[in-house]
Design a protein around this ligand. Structure first.
Ligand SMILES: NC(=O)c1ccc[n+]([C@@H]2O[C@H](COP(=O)([O-])OP(=O)(O)OC[C@H]3O[C@@H](n4cnc5c(N)ncnc54)[C@H](O)[C@@H]3O)[C@@H](O)[C@H]2O)c1
Length: 250
């Protein structure tokens, strides 16, 4: 395995499960020092253990990215422990499948609050440290914001917001040496998919908008894309959205 992250401190959210876990494990193998964040303490413990087993130095942080004070603590603890942040990977997110007409304001606020506001808070508070380290950000978008996914309106809106915000950060800080990119996964086999249930009366033919052309794949496909964008291999890549979706028709 390449050592692209030797001597790099990576702060990563959503580490307890799925894509966040696979990315943490990949970066540990590539030599990263890790500050791993999740709201789920048990899942986080497991990821921390695997990463330590592959030789990484790991700080475990149970926190809620939708809370301003929790994010401030996450950043402060990381900098106190490691003295710097080189790469911020915002991977935590939540998803719900529902008929648009039944979407409540509470559903909307919850999903926007975690996915979009959480990513905003993490980016804002990490930026002074990334400017110091000349580091970069990798945010998690989705093909849901690119081509129209059914039954996920607040989620799609949150991911579109993340994408627009990321391009803004890329332009605002590119000249100062900080990059910001997004990965837009299509359907990936992780526990987030457990929430899937066809809404009552929904047209199952719309599912083809979500499915890859050949077959479903796992979170390691996204981990490798995040690792690329976060590494110096992508030094000339700023403000891009990398689709990793098995050729979804969306
Ligand atoms: N799996 C897919 O098909 C897919 C497709 C496109 C985008 N994504 C995105 O990839 C990211 C990871 O998804 P996944 O499939 O690994 O899902 P997952 O449910 O397996 O993992 C998400 C993680 O985020 C954590 N989390 C949720 N709310 C949080 C909060 N407020 N603070 C801190 N942590 C919180 C969860 O505890 C969980 O560990 C998400 O942003 C998701 O939207 C996933």
């Amino acid at each position: 395995m390449m050592e692209r992250f030797a001597n790099k401190v990576v702060l990563l959210t959503g580490a307890a499960s799925g894509i966040g876990r696979a990315t943490a494990e990949r970066l540990a193998l590539e030599g990263a020092t890790l500050a791993l964040v999740d709201i789920n303490a048990d899942g986080l413990d497991q990821t921390v253990q695997t990463c330590r087993d592959s030789g990484a130095e790991v700080l475990s942080l149970v926190g809620d990215i939708s809370s301003e004070s929790s994010v401030a603590e996450i950043i402060e603890s990381t900098v106190n422990e490691f003295g710097r942040i080189d790469v911020l990977c915002n991977i935590a997110g939540i998803l719900q499948f529902k008929d648009f007409r039944l979407t409540t304001l509470d559903d909307w606020n919850k999903i926007i609050g975690v996915n979009l506001t959480g990513t905003f808070l993490m980016c804002r508070d990490a930026l002074p440290h990334l400017l110091e380290s000349q580091g970069n950000i990798v945010n998690m978008s989705s093909t849901a914001s690119l081509g129209g996914h059914p039954w996920t309106a607040p989620y799609s809106a949150s991911k579109g917001g993340i994408q627009a915000m990321s391009l803004g950060i890329a332009v605002e800080f590119g000249k100062m040496g900080v990059r910001c990119n997004c990965v837009a996964p299509g359907s990936i086999l992780t526990p987030i998919q457990d929430a899937f249930e066809l809404p009552e009366g929904a047209d199952p033919k719309l599912l083809h908008r979500i499915m890859p052309l050949d077959k479903m794949r796992g979170p390691e496909q996204i981990a490798s894309a995040v690792a690329y964008l976060g590494s110096d291999d992508a030094a000339h890549v700023n403000g891009t959205v990398l689709k990793v979706d098995g050729g979804t028709l969306a």
